[in-house]
Design a protein. Structure first.
Length: 179
């Protein structure tokens, strides 16, 4: 029975909720942090940068796994937040497994990562409205390409890991007709 619950949790759809509270943008990823949730997070953060927000917190307490596109999106956003907003990105409530994934790609050198401990509650849970961001069934290849380029920019060792993905996505971009 516990296996059934475990496999159902792994198959649960990704959900991303966000709120702005007291000058901080809070984002909670639930389920699998993957390519489908990367685009909505990226677009939301870009809009918040334009609004002048500088502090960003991503809560991964309910995120059971992250794919390379999701992690690359976080890396790219951290770079943009630092450059465009002179701000910071912190990832909180990170499970040991997800810490290993982030460290394996060198993201812990770019992003402040706080391990799972006493869960920090998103302020929205105690008063402000928490908004759900829509997921993308088929995200644009540009989002996936930018995420993987950010991983390589973060850690040159990632170039060998993701070279095939980058080559494929660049080839796909070159063969698509201009719209």
């Amino acid at each position: 029975m516990s296996e059934s619950k475990s496999s159902n949790a792994a198959k649960a759809p990704a959900t991303v909720r966000a709120a702005c509270f007291d000058g901080v943008v809070w984002i909670r990823a639930e389920g699998r942090g993957n390519y489908q949730s990367s685009g909505p997070i990226r677009k939301f953060v870009q809009a918040m940068i334009q609004c002048g927000y500088q502090r960003y917190v991503v809560d991964l307490a309910a995120c059971d796994h992250m794919d390379s596109t999701f992690m690359g999106t976080l890396a790219g956003l951290s770079q943009n937040i630092g450059t465009l907003a002179q701000g910071s990105l912190t990832i909180i409530n990170v499970s040991p497994r997800n810490i290993d994934l982030l460290e394996n790609l060198g993201l812990h050198l770019l992003i402040n990562v706080e391990a799972l401990g006493d869960p920090q509650r998103i302020p929205a849970e105690v008063g402000a409205a928490l908004m759900e961001l829509p997921m993308m069934e088929n995200p644009e290849k540009e989002i996936i390409l930018a995420a993987h380029e950010a991983l390589v920019a973060t850690n040159p060792d990632n170039a060998a890991r993701f070279q095939d993905v980058l080559d494929y996505l660049k080839q796909e971009s070159d063969t698509q007709p201009a719209g």
